[in-house]
Design a binder for this molecule. Structure first.
Ligand code: GLY
Length: 381
């Protein structure tokens, strides 16, 4: 099955293009040559889940375009996004004798893109790289905007750099091999985009959720939804590449979400945690009188329709302690993203003691909403 192709230009100071479509993996060599004319070597960085599926066609295509190509694979999982794997990948770049005119191909989901991007940003003080996202989350969010990072013991993405790719190639044919949970992780970011910037998109998703089933039955609509999300991200990152203001809105739900993720020992999916974070902040914002009353329930129902449940047993204290390591913290304040209505949000620098209260109120409301939705569903069966 094919889908219409989209081309979205990201006009940051180092501009690049995002391509969305089908059968693009087989064209990576030619596409890479178009943006890295003088490169002679390409190193594909991928993980143990993605490499067996897609490294061969990508490698073949690169070789056909004249690149001496090799593949570096690491064990899949967020817990591998650490300084040890990062160091091994840097050594691999040196072993392969990559120079500043060569290119790294990040083939995989968010973990691969973040880490390969950070390797590209720092090896020889920076070499070109191409993002080839294979998950929904990486396509609509992490491959666009130039954030690269690894995790430290004390928190997610605490070492990193802004380093823009030369090109992003999103072949949506890759989505068919995702699990429901992996796909739903990306839906968390899609719903986040709708919440902060696009009420029409929210309505569209309420009418027809973006599911793996939709990808299988209506690839054209899935491609359109994905391109629309990339365009939302484009509009934000071209205004604020380095996250000094507007880009912070993209962190909606992530401060509490990252806290839940760490407090639950990474046993819950990223989309689930961000969903809990978004509903918690929306609920606390209603209590504070700054958000429309119906927002948390509509949000919770939309998350549910995308396979993202709000149930979580993590203790408030643990979530709070983990959230304090967040990069959005500045001294005794933390920047929260507060929704006002569906489709619009603003930044609220919040003292930590107030944040602690917001977190408690918000998580309790999210839990209550989750129980309500489950009971209503059981009653209708
Ligand atoms: N994922 C949030 C950002 O790229 O800023």
């Amino acid at each position: 099955m094919t889908a219409p192709a989209y081309s979205i230009d990201i006009n940051t100071p180092q501009p690049y293009r995002v391509l969305v479509g089908t059968f693009l993996l087989e064209q990576i060599g030619e596409l890479t040559r178009g943006v890295c004319e003088s490169a002679s070597r390409a190193l594909i960085i991928s993980d143990s889940n993605v490499a067996p599926l897609y490294a061969a066609p990508v490698s073949e295509s690169l070789k056909s375009a004249g690149f001496a190509t090799s593949i570096a694979t690491f064990e899949a999982g967020e817990n591998q996004k650490n300084m040890r794997t990062y160091g091994e990948l840097l050594d691999r770049c040196a072993d392969e004798q990559l120079t500043r005119s060569d290119v790294i191909i990040a083939l995989g989901g968010g973990v691969v893109g973040d880490m390969a991007g950070f390797v590209a940003a720092t090896y020889m003080r920076g070499i070109p790289f191409i993002q080839v996202p294979t998950t929904l989350l990486a396509m609509v969010d992490s491959s666009v905007g130039g954030k690269t990072a690894v995790d430290l013991e004390s928190g997610k993405n605490l070492a990193g750099a802004f380093w823009q790719p030369r090109l992003v190639v999103a072949d949506i044919g890759c989505l068919g091999t995702l699990s429901d949970e992996q796909f739903a992780d990306g839906c968390g970011e899609v719903i986040k985009h709708a919440m902060i910037a696009d009420a029409d998109l929210f309505d569209e998703l309420e009418r027809t959720p973006l599911t793996l089933e939709l990808v299988k039955t209506d690839l054209a609509r899935a491609a359109w939804l994905i391109a629309r999300n990339i365009d939302i991200k484009r509009a934000v990152v071209v205004e604020d590449e380095r996250e000094s203001g507007l880009r912070k809105l993209l962190n909606f739900g992530h401060t509490i979400g990252h806290g839940v993720e760490a407090a639950a020992n990474y046993a819950l999916g990223h989309g689930t945690c961000v969903g809990i974070g978004m509903v918690a902040i929306a609920s606390a914002s209603v209590t504070a009188g700054v958000c429309d009353e119906g927002v948390p329930e509509r949000l919770a129902r939309l998350l549910h329709a995308h396979g993202l449940e709000l149930a979580c047993d993590a203790a408030d204290d643990d979530v709070y302690e983990s959230a304090l390591h967040d990069k959005k913290r500045a001294g005794d304040h933390i920047d929260l993203v507060v929704p006002r209505v569906i489709g619009a949000a603003s930044l609220a620098p919040t003292p930590l003691d107030e944040f602690r209260r917001i977190l408690e109120v918000g998580l309790a409301c999210a839990k209550a909403l989750s129980e309500e939705i489950t009971q209503a569903e059981e009653a209708s069966c």
